[in-house]
Design a protein around this ligand. Structure first.
Ligand code: ADP
Ligand code: ZN
Length: 293
């Protein structure tokens, strides 16, 4: 099956062609400008490749509810040119193939569950720490949507008593994204996160905040595996620090095999940063199956 995959982001649109095995044949990146400029470029790319279905993992908030009138829309995004934009409709109309649609992070967790280290698990969380923070949640074999879809990057966390930074989230100031995403690191420490590698205090505080969120996810969702990706998580020294804080925060309350072995419970992404686009291939494959049923 020739499947198209689109990882729609606020700065770039990654378009790829692959198959149902998660193999990627080719991939291009198109800068995210207004829909009138960017969408026709993507449509002509996918048309030329004769794709049989398309999977879109999209920045949000989006409407993933098939019963809703605005299914397939990007809804209240701060990227104003894309607010209330029917992205699924645009591709369905132009290409005429089945289109699967979910959040970018649900795409990533689906990639890991279908093709990566989370195969065989039924409850997995994927968290990206990059320009923003987001979480894809796969619980008991299903991508979680609920009322809308989780926005777990915006969970509220407790500020450490010595931290004077005011937070960067326009909605909640000091939520996880406001305290721990790349732009917050840059504003707090005065340099891009990539240039802060040797500053121990940066990663200790970062791990403290990420661990609070993970502890809350563990307590509310009971995942079997937690995967951390995104640009900031390329700082590998974060992993042992995060595991150690999670252990302290849980304080022995839960006794499971997973929590005895945090090194294999809180892990980096396994698909070389292709988890998102591979998940979109699976969203495309699933759209074909749904159409046949
Ligand atoms: P996006 O979230 O836009 O899809 P990324 O996941 O690459 O893209 O996140 C970009 C953010 O991550 C930027 O704020 C950048 O400073 C930060 N970042 C990217 N690479 C690294 C790195 N190696 N170390 C620390 N921070 C990084
Ligand atoms: Zn927030």
């Amino acid at each position: 099956m020739v499947l198209g995959a689109l990882e729609a982001g606020g700065t770039k649109m990654v378009c790829a062609v692959g198959n149902e095995k998660g193999e990627i044949f080719e991939q291009v990146s198109i800068p995210t400008e207004a829909p009138a400029i960017t969408v026709p470029k993507m449509i002509s790319y996918f048309k030329e490749k004769k794709i049989e279905a398309l999977g879109i993992g999209c920045f949000g908030p989006i409407d993933p509810d098939k019963k809703s009138e605005t299914y397939g829309y990007i809804t209240s995004t701060p990227k104003l040119a894309w607010a209330d934009y029917n992205i699924v409709g645009a591709f369905e109309e132009a290409i005429g193939c089945p289109v699967g649609f979910d959040t970018d992070v649900n795409g990533s967790v689906l990639g890991e569950v279908t093709f990566g280290q989370a195969r065989g698990k039924s409850s997995v969380i994927y968290i990206t720490i990059g320009t923003g923070v987001g979480a894809g949640i796969y619980i008991e074999g299903k991508l979680l949507h609920g009322m809308l879809h989780p926005e777990a990057g915006h969970v509220l966390i407790q500020k450490r008593s010595d931290d004077t930074y005011g937070g960067k989230c326009p909605y909640h100031k000091t939520c996880l994204e406001g305290m721990a995403a790349g732009p917050a690191l840059k504003e707090r420490w005065g340099k891009d996160a990539r240039l802060l590698k040797d500053k121990k205090e940066v990663w200790d505080l970062e791990a403290y905040y990420i661990a609070q969120a993970l502890t809350n996810y563990i307590l509310t969702l009971s995942p079997e595996l937690i995967i951390l990706g995104g640009g900031v998580m390329h700082q590998e020294q974060l992993f042992p620090l995060i595991r150690s804080y999670v252990k302290d925060m849980l304080n022995g309350y839960l006794k499971t095999e997973e929590l005895k072995d945090l090194e294999h419970y809180i892990v980096p992404a396994s698909l070389k940063d292709n988890q998102g686009i591979m998940g979109c291939l699976e969203l495309g494959r699933r759209a074909v199956c749904e159409e046949q049923n």
